[in-house]
Design a binder for this molecule. Structure first.
Ligand code: CAA
Length: 296
């Protein structure tokens, strides 16, 4: 495998494109507008600068990584002659089904079709294409260039050949692939999201404040970020949507999203991307705790 297309130049898409290009793959980065593409390329460039400054890569490697990325604003031209497509568009079922329909009619029969979805059923996405055996989940973690894990999700029909090929490919990115089956939340989010939801419930019930909850988990359990800071980092809207997928998928109240999470998302507090979540990310108060009635 040499030629990869990545659909979506947002946080996950640009991280995936960056990583493949850094390891010598030719990447077609696709998004719907020149502006989205430019923002994605600027982020890649900034993250490469950070790696140069930390002496993880050289200036030449930075240049070569950027040279390995070609940009496209339409799917048919971007997926021409690629061996693998990784879809990393917005986490929206209707949109993903539309994209996979388009991929089915624009890619060769041999192209592997992967999705970076964090919660949508791989089996359901695969049902949109004529050969569902070639559809697989390739769930990268944020920040993609840094995190070692790739959760490889087999849909009900994913073939052994495609699974083995994607496991091997992940190793070529210096990542650790872990194979799991396609059930709501897969493994990563089935375990992570109840922890985040419980941290939000703990805040909602007034047991402790934002800083206290995060400090307990950071210093007591050696987590790099506390669960509330991590929720802000992932996006509170994303956390809510993953919990809803698990709640509906298992019909089990233990996955019911905390009313506080629902309220915050309804109020437009999405975490880092909206400037405020459990912490305030506005320039003046960067990462300072937002004072809430729940804080002690
Ligand atoms: N690109 C390249 N390098 C980056 C980077 C990026 N986007 N972001 C950070 N880095 C590098 C830094 O250069 C630094 O390198 P060194 O260790 O060599 O110095 C290293 O990562 C640590 O960065 P910082 O010193 O700036 O900050 P930090 O020590 O606070 O670490 C962090 C930042 C890596 C994000 C760390 O806080 C962390 O691991 N947090 C938890 C992340 C996590 O849990 N991610 C999974 C989220 S769940 C998900 O993604 C899936 C889902 O479906 C919801």
């Amino acid at each position: 495998m040499k030629n990869i297309a990545v659909i979506g130049a947002g946080t996950m898409g640009n991280g995936i494109a960056h990583t493949f290009a850094q390891f010598g793959f030719r990447v077609n980065l696709i998004d719907i507008s020149k502006e989205n593409i430019q923002n994605g390329m600027n982020t890649i460039s900034r993250n490469l600068d950070r790696m140069v400054a930390k002496e993880k890569i050289s200036e030449e490697q930075k240049k070569s990584t950027l040279d390995h990325i070609t940009t496209h604003i339409d799917i048919p031209s971007g997926v021409k002659n690629v061996d693998l497509v990784i879809e990393a568009a917005t986490e929206n079922l209707k949109l993903k089904l539309q994209i996979f329909k388009q991929l089915d009619s624009n890619c060769s029969e041999k192209t592997i079709l992967a999705t970076n979805t964090s919660s949508i059923s791989i089996t359901q996405i695969a049902a949109e294409v004529s050969n569902p055996g070639r559809v697989i989940g390739m769930h990268f973690m944020n920040p993609v260039p840094v995190m070692k894990l790739v959760e490889i999700i087999r849909g009900y029909n994913t073939s052994d050949e495609v699974t083995n090929s994607i496991m091997g490919l992940s190793l070529r990115l210096n990542k650790v692939p872990v194979e799991v089956n396609d059930y709501p939340g897969f493994v990563a989010n089935r375990i992570l999201m109840p922890m985040i939801n419980e941290a939000i419930e703990t805040l909602y019930n007034g047991v402790a404040g934002v800083n206290e909850i995060d400090t307990v988990m950071k210093l007591g359990m050696a987590h790099p970020m506390g669960p509330l800071q991590l929720a802000d980092f992932i996006g509170l809207d994303v956390c809510l949507s993953i919990l809803e997928v698990m709640y509906n998928g298992f019909k089990n109240p233990k996955y019911a999203p905390s009313p506080l999470l629902v309220n915050m998302v309804t109020a437009g507090k999405y975490g880092i991307k909206s400037g405020e979540g459990f912490y305030d990310y506005s320039e003046s108060k960067k990462a300072e705790k937002v004072s809430r009635q729940f804080d002690k």
